[in-house]
Design a protein around this ligand. Structure first.
Ligand code: ADP
Length: 364
């Protein structure tokens, strides 16, 4: 149903996708996993033409959607996308959000669009909120509304880009159960997520992205239990991780500290190493990033992942709309402290990845 041929995406400084060629069958539910920066999100954005490929083709039902001048409206009918941050129209009610695409793009009659919209809201459990505004909904409800809006266009394929990562942990399950329901109904979909349980549960097929392409493609059973290739094995061993999305200065930081403590405890990370992880997160988040945080604009995605195999922790932070310069004098003390503990750092103007020294190796 979808053919991706020799797809490549090069940005000015990095080429996350060198070559992707694959066939997606009707009814496939594909989870896309892999280390940060391997182009998972870029791949989804290209299938939705939010990003133009540098070269290669994406063919949906025999039509090349990457062709110059392919009508955007037609693409929106074929490919639906659900975003991390919902992207609802806040000045419209939930049902207006859901009916907007069918009426404006598909020229559906208003009462027909309304009936269909109500059916979809029923399916995602939001019929009682049809006339509410997004501002009055919880994060989980907003995401369910966004899913109903996407379904209203009857897309051939639905793309989910980190649909649960902006949600309060108590709201994740309600969105997961809607996604699982869509899988069971036979929708064709692709999901980028850091949540490995979700990636396993909702897919009949998993793409592990690395080295500029689909490094391993298999069933969830194969990828998560018996990966065949080296990098997939290392990644799968590194399943133990924490992800948090900081989108306000009133973020619950004590809860984050408690989560990091628990993470160390659950993964039996040696006490000395756990202390280092906490010190690095404190310097990075409180010392360097939060002073530059602008409410309503900025966001930070923080990930801690521990590898059983490698016995190390990786801490990654990616920030948006923040003017951060890691090498400026104001950050010197924090960076000096981080440097005491790391054994490698990769960074650019909106991203840092810190590999934390392994205590046991140090002692040896
Ligand atoms: P993933 O979703 O796997 O974490 P992304 O697709 O977000 O990875 O990004 C892949 C790489 O491309 C990263 O190094 C990122 O910094 C870079 N990148 C993504 N979008 C842009 C852009 N618009 N301009 C320049 N570089 C980008």
């Amino acid at each position: 149903m979808i053919e991706i041929k020799n797809l490549k995406k090069a940005y000015e400084n990095v080429t996350p996708i060198e070559n992707i060629t694959c066939t997606i069958n009707k009814g496939d539910a594909i989870s896309i996993i892999g280390p940060s920066g391997t182009g998972k999100s870029t791949l989804l954005r290209m299938i939705n033409m939010l990003e133009r490929p540098t070269s290669g083709q994406i063919i949906v039902d025999g039509e090349d959607i990457t062709a110059e001048g392919y009508p955007l409206n037609k693409l929106r009918e074929k490919v639906g996308m659900v975003f991390q941050s919902f992207n609802l129209f806040n000045h419209m009610t939930v049902i207006e959000n859901v009916c907007y695409g069918p009426i404006v793009i598909k020229h559906m009659k208003k009462d027909e669009a309304f009936d269909k919209g109500m059916q979809l809201l029923n399916m995602v459990g939001l019929a009682n909120f049809a006339f509410s505004y997004p501002g009055n909904l919880s994060g989980g409800q907003k995401q369910r509304a966004a899913i109903a809006r996407t379904l209203a266009m009857d897309p051939e394929i639905i793309l989910f880009d980190e649909p649960t990562s902006a949600l309060d942990p108590t709201k994740v399950a309600e969105v997961e159960s809607v996604i699982k329901e869509l899988k069971d109904q036979g929708y064709t979909m692709m999901l980028v997520t850091h949540d490995m349980k979700l990636a396993e549960k909702m897919a009949n097929r998993v793409f592990y992205l690395d080295e500029g392409g689909i490094y391993e493609d298999g069933t969830p059973e194969q990828i998560f239990r018996k990966p065949l290739k080296e990098k997939t094995k290392v990644f799968i061993k590194r399943l133990k991780d924490i992800n948090c999305h900081i989108d306000s200065t009133s973020y619950d930081f004590p809860a984050l500290r408690a989560q990091i403590d628990q993470f160390a405890y659950k993964n039996e990370i040696p006490y000395e190493e756990a202390k280092k992880n906490m010190a690095i997160v404190e310097e990075l988040v409180y010392g360097i990033l939060m002073p530059k945080f602008i409410d309503g604009q900025s966001s930070i995605d923080l990930n801690l992942s521990y590898s059983d195999l490698l016995k190390d922790t990786r801490i990654t932070a990616e920030w948006k709309n923040m003017d951060v310069n890691l090498t400026s004098p104001e950050n010197k003390i924090s960076m000096d402290i981080i440097n005491l503990y790391e054994n490698s750092i990769k960074s650019n103007e909106n991203y840092i990845r810190i590999k934390v020294k392994d205590v046991n190796n140090e002692e040896k």
